[in-house]
Design a protein around this ligand. Structure first.
Ligand SMILES: [Fe+2]
Length: 392
């Protein structure tokens, strides 16, 4: 029987022009909004007045894009493959073909249904379980993102996905004691770990008929936009598949609970990822990930709220006044100060009158960073209060 999960929905993160695939209910179970009814600003206001900021939906899991049994099959396949490589140090052609079949079935789900909710495998305890579920999650995220980006054939998407599913296969050639250290690596450990993309490539390269996209994805998945990834490869010249898989790899890692840290919420993770565009990740792909995958991963909600604080490319700070509807990364903002440099000193000049700007219509300004640090946010809010700049 399906497990029904009560999912908290925060109205501060709810944007107009969206609908839920499950009915919204109040804390006491009263039905607030039917499924698939388009939200308007007025409706959100009415819900807030009557029920407060937090409402719920009951997620039966029945509308999830890839059914749980299919995720489980992929999980078991991942386990089989990793155990095989760990024991034999090889990846057989037969295993590769079976992997291909598992991925083809997942992609069949993607083709047959509207993409509206994505459930990843979570809440795992041991390192091994994490590795298998991470492999499935990165594969699924990559498949959905590649599909939503819209530029790729189903065949290409299949190879993107296989590459993402096999991303860390090279870790099976690394000392298990090192793998089980759970992230607390010294420099020598890091050097050994950094070999895993190359080791993965070595394992796969001799499989007859393997598609180059799979090999590229595995080999380059730790390269960075600033060319300072594991192998310092020139990012600009790299193919797209490893760049897509790299975003999905970090998203799943951060949103999963590990023995040594708690999971980070989807909303906060999306902000962290956005802030890494331009250093770790390609801005255009990150933009696609946030705009297209964000609502799927965050229960239809936006990943930021009104009054969140942003840094703009113009070295100005701004506060979100309203959501970007066409492009979530172009909200309406109130710009209130600018950083100024003179003689190597950085100072902050607050505007006498903050400027209201709709980023949708201002091509010269864009968000460069979401301020995530709560100490910084509090300090900025205090300054705003001192200057009587309204927070609402
Ligand atoms: Fe990796």
């Amino acid at each position: 029987m399906a497990v029904i999960k009560k999912v908290e929905i925060n109205l501060d993160y709810l944007t107009p022009n969206r609908s839920f695939i499950y009915p919204l209910v109040s804390d006491t179970g009263e039905r607030i909004l039917d499924e698939r009814v388009l939200l308007t600003s007025q409706k959100i206001k009415e819900i807030r007045e009557k029920y407060g900021n937090i409402v719920y939906y009951k997620d039966s899991g029945k509308n999830t894009l890839i059914p749980p049994f299919r995720m489980k099959i992929a999980y078991n396949k991942s386990r089989e493959i990793m155990e095989e490589v760990s024991k034999t140090q090889k990846f057989s052609k037969a295993s590769y073909r079976e992997t291909e079949r598992v991925i083809e079935e997942i992609l069949g789900d993607l083709n047959n249904s509207e993409i509206e909710a994505l459930h990843l495998l979570k809440d795992l305890k041991s390192h091994d379980e994490y590795l298998y579920s991470h492999s499935v999650n990165v594969g699924v995220l990559t498949a959905v993102l590649a599909k939503l980006l819209g530029n790729y054939s189903m065949d290409e998407i299949k190879f993107f996905t296989i590459g993402a599913f096999l991303l860390d296969i090279g870790e099976m050639k690394i000392d298990p004691q090192l793998l089980n250290k759970d992230g607390k690596f010294n420099i020598s450990d890091m050097q050994k770990m950094k070999r895993h993309p190359q080791l993965g490539y070595e394992i796969l390269k001799n499989i007859q008929g393997i598609n180059p996209i799979v090999l590229q994805t595995v080999l380059f998945h730790h390269e960075k936009y600033n060319n300072r990834g594991y192998y310092n490869m020139p990012y600009e010249n790299l193919p797209v598949p490893p760049k897509v898989a790299a975003i999905c790899d970090v998203y799943d890692a951060l949103t999963t609970k590990r023995p040594f840290r708690d999971e980070i919420s989807p909303a906060k993770t999306l902000k962290i990822l956005f802030n890494l565009a331009g250093t770790h990740f390609d801005y255009r792909l990150m933009h696609g990930f946030i705009n297209r995958m964000g609502p799927l991963l965050n229960n239809t909600q936006s990943f930021y709220a009104r009054n969140d604080i942003l840094e703009l490319n113009t070295e100005e700070l701004a506060m979100v006044k309203d959501f970007g509807i066409v492009d979530s990364l172009r909200p309406k903002v109130l710009v209130f100060c600018k950083f100024e440099r003179s003689d190597n000193r950085l100072s902050v000049k607050f505007y006498d009158r903050p400027i209201e700007i709709d980023l949708q219509h201002d091509a010269s300004r864009s968000i460069s960073k979401f301020i995530n640090n709560s100490n910084q946010i509090n300090a900025i809010r205090t300054k705003l209060g001192e200057r009587n700049i309204p927070l609402q």
